[in-house]
Design a protein around this ligand. Structure first.
Ligand SMILES: *Cc1c(COP(=O)(O)O)cnc(C)c1O
Length: 386
């Protein structure tokens, strides 16, 4: 029997999603219409943040977030090597310098103890910002991080691309949704098809700070405004001014309509992801596979289900032969040739590098059927036991 290819992640699009998009195509606005503020408002409600700014993609969200903090040339920013390159690249876009801190070997998140060490050893003001990533959907303990960064006047941009709907319980016992900004300055999300909410391309920045919100909306649309409060002159109803150097990083109405429709199913999708994760974890108990750590005080959003295996390359190839397309998340950012040219090298971040040698993301998305998952489990076991 020829098996239909099973990817590591994919979108779930319903007839309702399609209908909502078609409605926009028949409406007056393809961009800059009512669907954008609707999507932003619903997203703010879902995440529990005050403001949301929809943008063209997650990378644009990171770029604008870095600019909104007024990063200057040479400003240093800390992030994790186990993330998508964009989490670090945004610092370079803004003219800053990236510094990586190694990961925790159990959660695979940036190691907060090593962050503390680095901050302690630095002159005050050296590090302007830190970009923690809720890698795979595992929420970073931002309350603990903020306790550290506050002492050093260092800002926080949470890269929550993997974790919409995830949360942790803070040290006061309060539930804190990923991206709600109670312990950060901004958070960013992506709506790439493999992420929880798909709009094709798309992204969002959340913040609770009105000044930052205003700056983000300005930078999203060329730095051009018609807001009379911001204008230097006013020549009439048509008049606008460019008051900052911005970009065209807008999301379209078509994408926003899809986002609104997708958002309605986000909770259901998250539940399904949790079910799939439980099934994998139970199936791989007592095997030579390391399954993700689960902590009681949080909800893992399971963008990815990452296992560690010794013969990772062989397992990857074996699964591919069976039409199961697992993936590796991620090639450590500091080992990309571009970053190596800046001086980073193998051995700099040994825990991340060791993780990279063993990690494999198994298929994880709400539309994965029980039968498909059983097939994946059977093949993984066949490889490990055979
Ligand atoms: C997907 C992703 C991004 C970038 O989002 P795009 O929408 O693809 O630009 C940034 N950071 C992380 C952790 C991601 O997974």
């Amino acid at each position: 029997m020829v098996q239909k290819p099973i990817p590591y992640g994919r979108q779930s699009i319903t007839q309702e999603d399609i209908d909502e998009v078609v409605k926009v195509l028949q409406s007056d606005f393809l961009t800059q219409g009512p669907k954008i503020p609707e999507f932003e408002s619903l997203f703010s409600d879902y995440i529990g943040a005050k403001y949301s700014v929809a943008v063209a993609n997650g990378t644009a969200a990171l770029h604008l977030a870095a600019l909104a903090l007024n990063l200057n040339k040479g400003d240093k920013v800390i992030t994790t090597p186990i993330t998508f390159a964009a989490s670090a690249n945004c610092v370079l876009y803004a003219g800053g310098e990236v510094d990586f801190v190694d990961i925790d070997p159990e959660s695979y998140l940036i190691d907060l103890n090593q962050v503390e060490d680095k901050l302690k050893k630095s002159k005050p003001g050296t590090y302007k910002c830190i970009i923690p990533v809720d890698f795979a959907g595992y929420p970073v303990r931002l309350d603990k991080l903020k306790e550290l960064t506050d002492k050093y006047n260092c800002k926080i941009i949470e890269d929550a691309c993997h974790a919409p709907g995830g949360y942790f319980i803070d040290s006061k016992g309060v539930k804190q949704n990923c991206g709600n900004n109670n312990y950060s300055d901004m958070a960013i999300f992506s709506f790439h098809p493999v992420k929880h909410i798909a709009t094709g391309e798309g992204g969002m920045i959340t913040t609770n700070d009105e000044q930052i919100y205003k700056k983000l909306t300005l930078l999203r649309t060329h730095g051009i405004t018609k807001d009379t409060g911001l204008l230097n002159e006013n020549h009439g109803g048509w008049y606008y001014e460019m008051v900052d150097l911005g970009f065209n990083y807008r999301l379209t109405e078509i994408q926003a309509a899809l986002g609104v429709s997708q958002l309605k199913k986000a909770e259901k999708g998250l539940k399904r992801r949790t079910e799939i994760a439980l099934e994998y974890s139970q199936s791989f108990k007592n095997s030579h596979i390391t399954t993700p750590k689960v902590d009681e005080n949080l909800l893992h959003a399971y963008h990815l289900y990452v296992v560690l295996v010794e013969k990772r390359a062989e397992l990857y190839n074996f699964l591919a032969k069976n039409s199961i397309f697992s993936q590796v998340h991620y090639v450590p950012v500091h080992l990309h040739p571009y970053y190596q040219k800046m001086g980073w090298k193998k051995g700099d971040l040994p825990i991340a590098e060791n993780y990279y040698n063993q990690c494999l993301s198994l298929p994880m998305y709400p539309a994965l059927s029980n039968e498909q998952q059983e097939f994946v489990i059977e093949k993984v076991k066949e490889f490990v036991n055979g």
